[in-house]
Design a protein around this ligand. Structure first.
Ligand code: PHE
Length: 451
């Protein structure tokens, strides 16, 4: 059993919690969750989503952390180590490859959307100093998507910010960044929530999010909720496994996993309760807003509300910060993998990984304009990359992780890593991770693909 990772270690429990919540809390909570909830029937979606977090997300998060902490390497090499140590089939190493491929795909479109948030923050910063107001948000958003130059510019800036942190390493880069950025994120979010309360529409937002309409629950809602649970908790792509590799031995895995899942879920709900009141207060209809929801509906509200412009600036800075701390966890696994090859320094590895992902991001960026007629799986290119990575690869990766951790990995290892669960707690984890979570993932994937 190795005590340290060659890449560095988190200095404390708090550092890990901030880093893992930084990974979990992102565009998924503030951009994706609200539009998925409104496109999938509000409360019906939220309830299924919460169920997925508890029954699928939490046990798999524990599995990822424990595998990472035992392996202490990037996902592929952690899986190589775990399989060779235990004499298991090398086939399981595919978990690491799927995870890394998912991370690369997700970061490629994530960085483009992260770029949107920077673009909007910039627009509102200019407006604060007398720049032209956004009077027709649909047109502003449309113009952004239609401009390959602007999209690629902000995608590049966002990628550079991510590289800047990851290149500095675990302690001096990742840990320092999340210690600074996460408190900022919570502060802005609380401010926005307080504003939502002041609109008097929190009640309506609350009933929109929490009144379940079971008639609306179908295969699509189930898959969207499951995909979102994986996406939001950053599971199935071995990012949390990589962060687990840097976790000191004496820290309780169940406790940190529970804390991270709680933080992530609270932020998603809080974001919903900050955003929907504003949408309702201005008489807008959130349904069918799709990925453009917050970019096309909120700016209308920002124009009319008191302190709308500083509010808008805070909102888009919040989004950008949330996206930034997530994107570093997407760049870390491929970077660590390249470092382990032993040919380049960490800085070189970061640049190499980022360059490839940046180039792949052009597919997303150009898919909105030059290649806008291209349809894959009945979606535009961004939608297709997002669908393949988050709705298919994350659940499949998660399924394999769950099966491996519960049934293949030697019990001494899993039980040792989860020792503070006690015997009953460990038994419960094993049922959830080995039966319930894989069962649910399989049923939902089957319904989606063949149902
Ligand atoms: N969890 C992040 C979010 O909610 C997205 C993400 C997915 C980050 C997978 C890392 C890995 O925005």
């Amino acid at each position: 059993m190795q005590n340290n990772s060659i890449h560095g270690m988190w200095s404390s429990r708090l550092a890990f919690i901030l880093a893992a919540s930084g990974s979990a809390v992102g565009l998924g909570n503030i951009w994706r969750f609200p539009y998925l909830a409104s496109d999938n029937g509000g409360g019906a979606f939220v309830l299924v989503y919460l169920g997925c977090i508890l029954l699928v997300g939490l046990p798999i998060m524990a599995a990822e952390i424990l595998m990472g902490r035992h392996g202490r390497m990037s996902p592929v090499n952690t899986l190589r180590k775990l399989t060779s140590e235990g004499g298991h089939s090398k086939g399981w190493v595919v978990i690491g490859w799927i995870g890394m491929a998912a991370a690369v795909l997700i970061l490629s479109f994530y960085s483009v959307v992260g770029g949107w948030t920077l673009h909007y923050a910039w627009l509102y910063l200019q407006q604060l100093f007398g720049g032209a107001p956004i009077t027709d948000p649909g047109a502003t958003f449309g113009a952004l998507l239609a401009s390959p130059g602007t999209l690629v510019f902000w995608h590049s800036v966002f990628m550079l910010l991510t590289v800047g942190v990851v290149a500095m390493g675990v302690e001096k880069g990742l840990e320092r960044a999340v210690k600074l950025l996460m408190p900022l994120l919570f502060l802005i979010l609380l401010g926005l929530f307080a504003y939502g309360v002041s609109t008097g529409k929190v009640g309506q937002a609350f009933s929109f999010l929490f009144t379940p309409d079971f008639g609306k629950v179908d295969g699509n809602v189930l898959l969207a909720a499951l995909g979102q649970a994986f996406f939001s908790l950053s599971l199935g792509m071995c990012g949390i496994m990589t962060y687990g590799a840097y976790l000191p031995r004496d820290i309780s895995i169940p406790k940190v996993a529970g804390t991270v899942a709680l933080m992530d879920t609270s932020v998603a709900l809080l974001a919903g309760l900050a955003i929907f009141p504003v949408i309702f207060a201005f008489g807008l209809d959130p349904a069918g807003g799709g990925p453009g929801l917050i970019f096309t509906s909120l700016p209308l509200a920002f124009n009319d509300m008191p302190f709308g412009i500083p509010y808008a600036l805070a909102f888009f800075v919040l989004l950008a910060v949330a996206a930034w701390t997530s994107s570093i966890s997407l760049l870390e696994p491929p970077t660590a993998f390249i470092v382990e090859k032993g040919k380049v320094s960490r800085k070189g590895a970061t640049l190499l990984a980022a360059l490839g992902i940046w180039a792949l991001g052009l597919v997303t960026a150009l898919g909105f304009n030059v290649w806008s007629s291209v349809r894959v799986f009945d979606r535009d290119l961004q939608g297709a990359v997002e669908y393949i990575a988050s709705d298919l690869m994350l659940p499949i990766g998660g399924l394999l992780i769950a099966l491996f951790a519960a049934w293949v990995l030697r019990k001494e290892i899993s039980q040792g890593e989860l020792s503070d669960l006690g015997k009953t707690g460990f038994g419960l984890w094993k049922i959830l991770c080995g039966i319930v979570a894989p069962g649910l993932v399989l049923v939902i994937l089957y319904m989606k693909l063949f149902g």
